[in-house]
Design a protein around this ligand. Structure first.
Ligand code: BES
Ligand code: MN
Ligand code: MN
Length: 464
């Protein structure tokens, strides 16, 4: 396969490849929002059509208990390897809407400091429609230039952003048609556009919700305040007790299973370029913070965390209202690292919150979703194929990194299908995923489309 052939086809079709992605981005496929259910289905339909046009066979929208999975395949020769592409067509809610500079589902292209050649601003542009669609276009290129060197199967889901609760069942039910050799995923980040990297880890997740109930009704905070427990005060105290002065998590047993890295491994991690000044400047914070004894890269890559995602209760409207509320709530998530178990952490968290609650309130702890952490071996032919492909298009060997985010299904691919995944991400952490003004660099989009066929070529060559 000639790289120039791919490049030629890409250059000729650049504008169409972009406008097709913009069309996908116009559909608000917010999996968390029941009001978007029809749009989520429309997006699945669009992905299906695009896979058919690109040349896939047996393309179908496969039902689950939740949003459907789009499946398609091209089997050129059963004796050849099979790459299974995973991605997601659902997106995060766009809120808070007033912080977007342009409407989240009306994509526009604007230049930024990190994307001087322009970036697509829209919800899902990077996470994950833009990155997922690179695979559809790379597949089209290989089909149209007769360079697809092996079999490929697509599995594009619609529930990643809500925890992939139904995909685990789906992959087990579809085990027979998911026979393959490796899972290829573009849903992570690289260090910078001139510093390619490949994630060799993902953190796990345990997502909890806590309800604290005090008196049986909202009270006048003057008449009762001081004599009755305020559930918001209590909840804040409970949350504050989760970290000590070194930002170490205090939940008993929380670190018991954590795999510590040895000095050698930590030295390897520290090789990735990182500027704390640029980091702070980008986020406009005067100081960073985190677990004592670890670098920023380690704090997000190899250490577990606990964060409050939302907290509410009492009066939050305009002006002031004197009230001692009856109830308080918080959504709390914990990122997990290798060897921690999402279920075990759920248990420990629940036990801790129940044990520290004063008798003056009732506490209800419930579980939302979770997923297990992942490490990717660098010794496999697939990893080498990915690394060499990036080296070819970026002119630099990609640096192995440990991503801080989670993709819950990846651990299940290993568990249920026995398949390793390659985290072939082309976004940047600064692309505002899940935030207002999410964007994806045009350079990143096209570079991904150009690099993916090289992965296939390398993978097949290394498998011989
Ligand atoms: N694509 C992200 C995960 C990600 C982003 C990994 C950047 C590494 C670098 C994915 O869509 C995501 O947001 N996952 C969720 C988990 C889910 C259960 C909601 C997450 O990490 O919060
Ligand atoms: Mn994603
Ligand atoms: Mn996401």
């Amino acid at each position: 396969m000639e790289r120039s052939e791919i490049k030629n086809y890409l250059d000729k079709n650049k504008d169409r490849f972009l406008s097709e992605l913009l069309d996908l981005l116009r559909i608000p496929s917010v999996s968390a929002d029941p009001n978007c259910a029809a749009d989520v289905n429309r997006t699945a339909e669009a992905v299906k059509q695009r896979l058919i046009e690109a040349g896939a066979d047996k393309v179908e929208i496969s039902k689950t208990k939740g949003h459907p999975v789009v499946y398609g395949e091209k089997i050129i020769d059963p004796s050849k390897p099979t790459v299974i592409v995973y991605g997601h067509y659902d997106v995060q809610p766009p809120d808070p809407l007033d912080l977007w500079h342009s409407p989240p589902f009306e994509p526009v292209i604007k230049k930024t400091e990190l994307h001087p050649e322009g970036a697509i601003f829209a919800r899902g542009s990077c996470d994950d429609k833009g990155q997922m669609y690179m695979h559809v276009k790379a597949f089209e290129i290989m089909m149209k230039t007769n360079t697809l060197p092996c079999n490929v199967k697509f599995m594009i889901e619609g529930e990643e952003e809500v925890g992939s609760a139904n995909l685990g069942t789906w992959i087990v039910e579809n085990k027979a048609r998911l026979k393959g050799d490796v899972i290829l995923i573009s849903d992570t980040s690289m260090i910078a556009n001139d510093i390619p990297s490949i994630d060799i880890g993902l953190r796990g997740l345990t997502y909890m919700e806590v309800e604290v109930v005090g008196p049986n009704r909202d009270l006048h905070s003057g008449v009762y305040g001081g004599a009755v427990a305020n559930p918001i005060n209590v909840l804040c105290k409970m949350i504050a007790s989760c970290h000590d002065e070194n930002n170490h998590i205090t939940i008993p047993g929380f670190y018991d299973a954590v795999t510590e890295l040895n000095a050698e491994e930590r030295k390897e991690l520290a090789k990735a370029p990182f500027s704390l000044d640029a980091y702070k400047k980008d986020l406009n914070v005067a100081e960073d913070q985190g677990e004592k004894g670890y670098t920023s890269i380690e704090r997000t890559g190899i250490r577990p965390t606990l964060d409050v995602n939302g907290i509410w209760g009492g009066y939050t409207g305009e002006g002031a209202k004197t009230v001692l509320p009856s109830k308080a709530y918080a959504k709390i998530s914990m990122r997990l690292v290798p060897n921690q178990s999402s279920e075990k952490i759920c248990e420990l968290f629940t036990k801790y919150f129940e044990s520290i609650a004063p008798k003056s309130v009732k506490v209800k702890v419930s579980h939302h979703h979770g997923g297990e952490p992942v490490v990717v071996s660098m010794d496999s032919p697939a990893f080498k194929a990915a690394s060499n492909a990036m080296e070819e298009t970026f002119g630099k060997k990609p640096i192995p990194t440990r991503g801080g985010g989670s993709i819950p299904i990846v651990a299940l691919f290993k568990d249920k299908l026995g398949l390793d995944s390659i985290l072939f991400g082309f976004g940047l952490d600064t692309d505002a995923l899940h935030s207002p003004n999410e964007h994806y660099g045009l350079v990143n989009y096209y570079k991904g489309i150009e690099t993916i066929p090289l992965f296939y070529r390398n993978y097949v060559a290394l498998n011989k």
